[in-house]
Design a protein around this ligand. Structure first.
Ligand SMILES: *Cc1c(COP(=O)(O)O)cnc(C)c1O
Ligand SMILES: [Zn+2]
Length: 406
């Protein structure tokens, strides 16, 4: 596969075998570039593979390498008429990324990122994480047989995610600080200790995540939706998905790109603020706060790419409160049978708010992306639902209790 690694700001090119995450000249983010004229569309349209590697014609890997895979991707796109009706719109689909093998979309990035780690012969992999990145990395590292180190903000990671990271053998550190502190520390450690950094500043991860766009397009018979709505934390996923849609257009497979619409939590909304104020760069939030721990991020590394994606596609950015997130989490669960963790429900909450505010049209064809599974954060699910009613082991007693509720 032919590709180049390039700075998005100054255009500087880096050798494929150099370990580098941001431009050494201007600190800009890096992007993987392909020679699109050499890519055969048939290879994409008629590929026999499944999931992420089905789109290997548009992925960066060396001919000799064997992908580290656990069958990531290939997630369902559900038509959601009951939820659409409740919101007031006509055409809604949910792409449930919580049904990836480890329960979040992070697997799509990690299959490519850990494959790259092996190509580069690194001595181990590392990340800072609000939870899902560490869970996914731990599992791919186990599969690849390489050491994995993860830094989690102390007391701020949902139970299911910590359980996964520990169970699959990562060395887990609980850092006294928030996610942004953890990322700052791990970036320096990786450079100094020859560990491979697999946060979403790593451009290879985003290449895997862009396959969400390919799958949505294919699942809709290559008819691009008008809008894609998703939660934004470190802002890698929205950037990656936009890139995927741009590539399909560039290859002539599709003829438009969706309006990329990013949703943040009210207590952690640097991208939304920069979007509203028309700025190209964010002002970090020193103390981000929200129950949606996966997007509790004050200084998103991919903000510049994300703001480009939102603006170039004519999209929107909006913030939602924790109460709105909880409402939407319950709606998704009860109207559509889709169980998601709080951050994922931000996409639905944002859609509702934008529609109610007159910023989205009723007839738009909209895809919301739900990024992580309900069981990632069981404590939150239990906290927002009515507890089970205790009854004695007697038919009449249970019957009596039952009739009180019917
Ligand atoms: C990582 C994550 C996000 C945020 O994605 P970014 O690429 O950091 O913007 C949102 N939801 C869930 C469940 C996640 O795990
Ligand atoms: Zn540069």
């Amino acid at each position: 596969m032919e590709y180049r690694v390039e700075c998005i700001r100054c255009g500087r090119e880096f050798p494929r075998d150099e370990i580098v995450y941001t431009c050494t000249r201007c600190k800009g983010l890096l992007d993987i570039k392909y020679d699109y004229s050499s890519i055969d569309n048939e290879g994409i349209l008629k590929s026999k593979g499944r999931g992420v590697w089905r789109y290997r014609a548009l992925l960066p890997f060396e001919e000799w390498s064997r992908p580290v895979t656990i069958n990531e991707g290939d997630t369902p796109l559900y038509r959601c008429d009951r939820l659409a009706k409740a919101i007031g719109i006509k055409n809604l689909w949910v792409k449930h990324e919580g049904l990836n093998p480890t329960g979040s979309f992070k697997d799509r990035g990690m299959t490519v990122g850990v494959t790259k780690a092996l190509e580069l012969h690194v001595k181990g992999v590392a990340c800072a994480s609000t939870g899902n990145t560490s869970a996914s990395l731990a599992i791919f590292a186990a599969k690849a047989g390489i050491p994995c180190y993860v830094l989690l903000p102390k007391g701020k990671v949902a139970l299911g995610k910590v359980a996964q990271a520990m169970m699959h053998g990562a060395k887990v550190f609980s850092l006294r600080g928030n996610f942004d502190d953890a990322l700052r520390v791990v970036r320096i450690l990786c450079e100094e200790e020859n560990l491979y950094l697999l946060n979403s500043v790593n451009p290879y991860r985003l290449e895997g995540q862009k396959t969400i766009a390919f799958e949505i397009a294919e699942q809709l018979n290559w008819n691009i939706p008008d809008r894609v709505v998703l939660p934004v934390g470190n802002a890698g996923n929205i950037s990656a998905i936009y890139k995927g849609f741009l590539e399909l257009e560039r290859l002539g497979i599709t003829s438009s790109v969706p309006m990329m619409t990013g949703i943040q939590a009210e207590g952690a909304q640097p991208v939304v603020r920069a979007f509203r104020e028309g700025r190209a760069e964010i002002t970090p939030e020193p103390n981000p706060e929200t129950i949606a721990s996966a997007i509790r991020i004050g200084n998103p590394v991919n903000a510049m790419k994300a703001l480009l994606a939102i603006r170039d596609s004519g999209g929107l950015a909006e913030s939602v409160t924790d109460a709105e997130i909880t409402d939407s989490q319950l709606l998704l669960a009860r109207l559509e049978g889709i169980g998601v963790e709080p951050a994922s429900a931000a996409s639905i909450a944002g859609l509702r708010k934008l529609y109610d505010g007159g910023e989205i049209e009723r007839g738009e064809r909209i895809v919301c992306i739900t990024t992580g599974h309900l069981l990632k954060d069981p404590e939150r699910a239990i906290a927002i639902c009515e507890p089970p009613e205790e009854v004695i082991a007697d038919v009449d007693a249970v019957r009596h209790a039952l009739h009180l509720h019917t």
